[in-house]
Write a protein that binds this ligand. Structure first.
Ligand SMILES: Cc1cc2nc3c(=O)[nH]c(=O)nc-3n(C[C@H](O)[C@H](O)[C@H](O)COP(=O)(O)OP(=O)(O)OC[C@H]3O[C@@H](n4cnc5c(N)ncnc54)[C@H](O)[C@@H]3O)c2cc1C
Length: 438
């Protein structure tokens, strides 16, 4: 008899945690992701600000799971689920809607950017969710300095050297701090026509505090630290407009060529695929065992799931995704081996950390609230611990020590996607033929 098939969609924190628990399960595990790598998103801002290179925070999923003999990794985008026939539909570079059957399904497809109904902002204010985004933001920031250096008319320098971050959650705060350290330190003596330290860094949020998920005292400490680093923090102000010239915030135009979206996120379409109940944000409402109501064989975990605890939905953070992925994997493993189901899922909150520039972080864990250098060491230790692979841990550790001591950054390359010579050589007729056959 064929083994039961467990399909996991998403090789992020939740999906990989589930796959790890199912390593020795008597089943065929199929993990599908549209990227070939597992990504440590909490350090994406360091790729965007040139501290780390992409290969230091991502690892191929098949490399991570190479010792899992029962697991097949498929590169493809899931576009739908047929719950009655128990199939997911996958598209890849060559094929459309390929059905993959399952006995159990775990959806761990995370979130994407949300521009709160203003999708037109995206063109001018890229977000930060994957490595392509981080490289695009890095290119944008570094290019602004190059354009300013090449520009002989000093009146245009200020627009080029104004960097705006929309959203003062952890990503916005961490990015603002990292840009400030880069312009005032790393780039100091490299330019001749411009002074990188004169760059204006503006952090805007409609909330009245930065890092609103932290205590008021820690929010205030983070804000003070940002201001000491020279970041302008504009709180309680709505961004009305983002365009090629910058932003309009509370009626004021701020000219800038580099606006970065660090605000909202929206869940993956998992709720639509399942036609399941969702919360106001569109995340799939799940039961206490993380399954979907009426579908005990379908589980949704991580950022794309919604589970209330203490009257509030669990936050969209890595710890929730990891613990839920492990739980769903364990539950399926127990069912496959005829064991009783575990008790309901319970979340253990290990705390919250955010870094603000060099040598300063805020930490909130139970009754422990701390800010400064010790919190920064805790932040560094926790991030190293949760990197997916020991080679990444070593690489990032060495890079951080070098950057900390020397002030230099490892990956300040502008890598622009250009049409290659080979692509240019393709005759026009090929394109026309492809278009007319579509
Ligand atoms: C910039 C940034 C900074 C963050 N910082 C922190 C932090 O400091 N601390 C913290 O705890 N959390 C942080 N988070 C949040 C944390 O990364 C998420 O909570 C966590 O990644 C959620 O895990 P997940 O498994 O639900 O989704 P993800 O880790 O996002 O994984 C989803 C996976 O699904 C794949 N996928 C999506 N749709 C499809 C599809 N249709 N077909 C196939 N594959 C698909 C994606 O490629 C991805 O690999 C941060 C997030 C970002 C973006």
């Amino acid at each position: 008899m064929a083994s039961p098939v467990v399909v996991i969609v998403g090789g992020g924190f939740g999906g990989v945690a589930a796959a790890k628990v199912l390593k020795n399960a008597p089943a065929e595990i199929v993990l599908i992701d549209r990227e070939n790598h597992n990504l440590f998103q909490p350090l994406l801002y360091q790729v965007a600000t040139s501290v780390l290179s992409p290969g230091q925070i991502g690892v191929p999923i098949r490399d991570l799971l190479r010792h899992h003999k029962n697991t097949t990794v498929i590169l493809g985008e899931v576009v739908g689920v047929d719950q009655d026939r128990k199939q997911v539909f996958v598209c890849d570079a060559d094929r459309q809607d390929v059905p993959i059957p399952f006995d159990y399904l775990i959806l761990a497809t995370g979130v994407t950017h949300s521009y709160f109904g203003h999708d037109e902002f995206e063109k001018f204010a890229p977000g930060l969710k994957n490595l392509a985004d981080a490289e695009a933001v890095r290119n944008k920031i570094l290019t602004a300095f190059e354009l300013a250096e090449a520009e002989e008319d000093p009146s245009t320098h200020q627009d080029l050297l104004t960097f705006i971050l929309v959203g003062a959650g952890p990503t916005g705060v961490e990015m603002a701090g990292a840009i400030a350290v880069m312009v005032r330190g790393t780039m100091k003596s490299e330019f001749r026509r411009i002074d990188p330290a004169s760059a204006r860094i503006v952090l805007v949020d409609r909330s009245s505090r930065v890092l609103a998920s932290f205590s008021e005292k820690l929010s205030a400490a983070a804000k003070k630290r940002l201001e000491n680093l020279g970041v302008e923090v504009k709180l309680g102000q709505n961004v009305d407009q983002i365009d090629a010239d910058g932003i309009v915030v509370a009626g004021e135009r701020i000219f800038s060529k580099t606006v970065i979206w660090t605000a909202g996120v929206a869940p993956s379409p998992a709720g639509k695929w399942l036609a399941a109940e969702t919360d106001h944000a569109g995340r799939v409402r799940i039961q206490n065992d993380l399954s979907v109501a009426g579908r005990p064989e379908i589980f949704v975990v991580g950022d794309t799931a919604s589970l209330d605890r203490g009257g509030k939905p669990l936050p969209g953070v890595a710890q929730v995704a990891i613990q839920q992925g492990r739980y769903a994997g364990k539950l399926i493993h127990r069912r496959l081996t005829g064991k009783s189901a575990p008790g309901p899922f319970s979340y253990f909150d290990k705390g919250n950390l955010a870094v603000v520039g060099k040598g300063f972080a805020v930490l909130e864990s139970g009754k422990v609230h701390s800010s400064g250098l010790i919190a920064w060491f805790a932040w560094a230790a926790v991030h190293l611990q949760f990197l997916a692979d020991s080679s990444l841990r070593l690489g990032v550790f060495l890079q951080w020590v070098w950057t900390y001591l020397s002030g230099r950054r490892g990956a300040r390359l502008i890598v622009n996607p250009r049409v290659s010579e080979a692509q240019k050589a393709v005759p026009d007729t090929t394109v026309k033929a492809a278009a007319s056959s579509g």
